[in-house]
Design a protein around this ligand. Structure first.
Ligand code: SAM
Length: 190
C-alpha cells in the first residue's frame, strides 16, 4: 500500500516548471491533487469554484476529474500568476478564469455550486458563511495547507488553529480533518 497518485494531469509538469520559473512555490501537492480529481469525478455536470487559483495546478487536477458537462470558475488575484494557468489550461472550455480578489468575487457570486476548493483567505479564514451559502446540499468543500507550510507568514498559525477549532460548530457542514498531504479538510454541505 502507498499513497502515490495513480494518474497526473498532462499539463501539470509544464505548469510546475513555469511556476518554478517565477518562484511560485504554493501549488498543491500531488496527493492533494489526486483527491481533488477523485472527488471532482463524483460531481458529473457539477459547478466548481476554486478560490486562490495560483498557477493552475489545482485546476488541472480538478479538470482531470470533471466530466464534459462540469464547469470550473477559478479565481486568482494576481494576473501574472494566473497567466501560467491561462497558458496551460486556457483551451479547456469547461474552465472560466476570473482575475479578481476572491472577497469581491464572493460579494458578486450568484447561483449554487457543487464543489468549492478554497486556497486563499476569503472563503476559509474570512467570509466562510458567504462561501457556504453558495453551496448546494451535498456540495463538497475542500481546503488544504492545514499543516504548517514553509510559505506561511509568521502570524498565520493562529488563523489555522481558529479555523480548525470552529469548524465542527459550523451549521450544516460535516467536516473531516485529514493529517495527510499538506493537511486537508474535506467537508460536505448538508
Ligand atoms: C496556495 S496558492 C494556490 C494554489 C492553487 N490553488 C493550487 O492548488 O495549485 C494561493 C493563491 O491565492 C492567491 N490569493 C491570495 N489572496 C487572494 C485573494 N484575496 N483572492 C484571490 N486570490 C488570492 C495567491 O495569489 C496565490 O496564487
Amino acid at each position: 500500500m502507498h499513497d502515490v497518485p495513480y494518474f497526473r494531469p498532462p499539463e501539470l509538469s509544464g505548469i510546475l516548471a513555469d511556476s518554478a520559473g517565477i518562484g511560485f512555490a504554493m501549488s498543491c501537492e500531488d496527493r492533494t491533487g489526486s483527491i481533488l480529481a477523485t472527488l471532482a469525478a463524483s460531481k458529473p455536470g457539477g459547478r466548481f469554484v476554486e478560490l486562490g487559483g495560483g498557477t493552475g495546478a489545482g485546476a488541472a487536477w480538478l479538470a482531470m476529474g470533471m466530466d464534459a458537462d462540469a464547469r470550473l470558475t477559478t479565481v486568482e488575484v494576481d494576473p501574472a500568476v494566473q497567466d501560467i494557468a491561462r497558458r496551460h489550461l486556457g483551451t479547456d472550455p469547461r474552465i472560466e478564469f476570473v482575475t479578481a480578489d476572491a472577497g469581491d468575487w464572493l460579494t458578486e457570486a450568484t447561483g449554487t455550486y457543487d464543489f468549492a476548493y478554497v486556497d486563499c483567505r476569503p472563503g476559509k479564514y474570512l467570509r466562510l458563511p458567504d462561501l457556504l451559502t453558495l453551496l448546494a446540499p451535498g456540495a463538497l468543500y475542500v481546503v488544504d495547507d492545514m499543516n504548517p507550510q514553509p510559505t506561511w507568514p509568521d502570524d498565520h498559525q493562529p488563523r489555522v488553529d481558529g479555523f480548525l477549532r470552529d469548524l465542527p460548530d459550523v451549521p450544516n457542514l460535516r467536516a473531516t480533518p485529514m493529517h495527510w498531504a499538506s493537511g486537508l479538510v474535506i467537508a460536505a454541505r448538508t
